[in-house]
Ligand binder design. Sequence first.
Ligand code: FPP
Length: 256
Amino acid sequence: MPMGEDPLRPESLPRHVAIIMDGNGRWAERRGLSRVEGHRAGKEAVTQVVKAAGELGIEVLTLYAFSIENWNRPQSEVTELMRLAERFLEEELPEVMEQDIQVRAIGRLDRLPPNVRARVEHAVEKTRDNASLKLVFALSYGGRAEIVDAARRILRDAEMGRVDAEALDEKTFASYLYDPELPDPDLMIRTGGEERVSNFLLWQIAYSEIYVADVMWPDFGAESLRAAIVDYQGRERRFGLTSAQVSGGPTGSKGS
Ligand code: FPP
């Protein structure tokens, strides 16, 4: 590559980037700080990465902000994480509007404290018509819970005669997920170095490229996001086909 050339190719960006924001606790512990301090620094990283994703022209950014399993953390940590999510949505809303970002949320939102839920609903409503980045918060989210919730609604619809068991296919099933309008993630990033999926978007990541960054989430910024995308752009996505089929053209399309 000639000196000064940017290796990121804007014409082949991932449409949907999903991030498991891990490592706040370890980031804090290494500095002799409390875990909560790590989450506070994590909130600043969220602001930076959202801005960077918008500027790059990413279509969808999904952030794993709070998993269903996170409800089992010490109450003080849960309270702080809820407070940070609420504060982010409150403080950043003007900037989010300015950047034309549309906020969405997936998860068992009915479990959120009423003030947090109200804040989420307000942000979703207020940004509904924004047309640049779709910023999706996974809150009280579990991939298995999402699949179970979809199955429950399918069973209810079947009882009403709206779905037929024999006709149920992947497309119909996917239409019952929390936010069926979103494309599947092309790139799933996990920070903090662990190589696990941790119950995140289990249905949707069937063919996602996975990128594990060794940096802890509070240190992940615009440059790290670019590095992940450049790495993604160097991969060959095969969707179950052979390499020759993919490079050969017509049979290389997704879903075939
Ligand atoms: C994992 O770090 C991170 C979380 C459990 C939650 C992510 C939360 C934030 C980034 C805070 C701000 C959120 C919003 C929506 C503004 P960990 O505590 O599991 O880290 P560890 O593996 O090092 O212990």
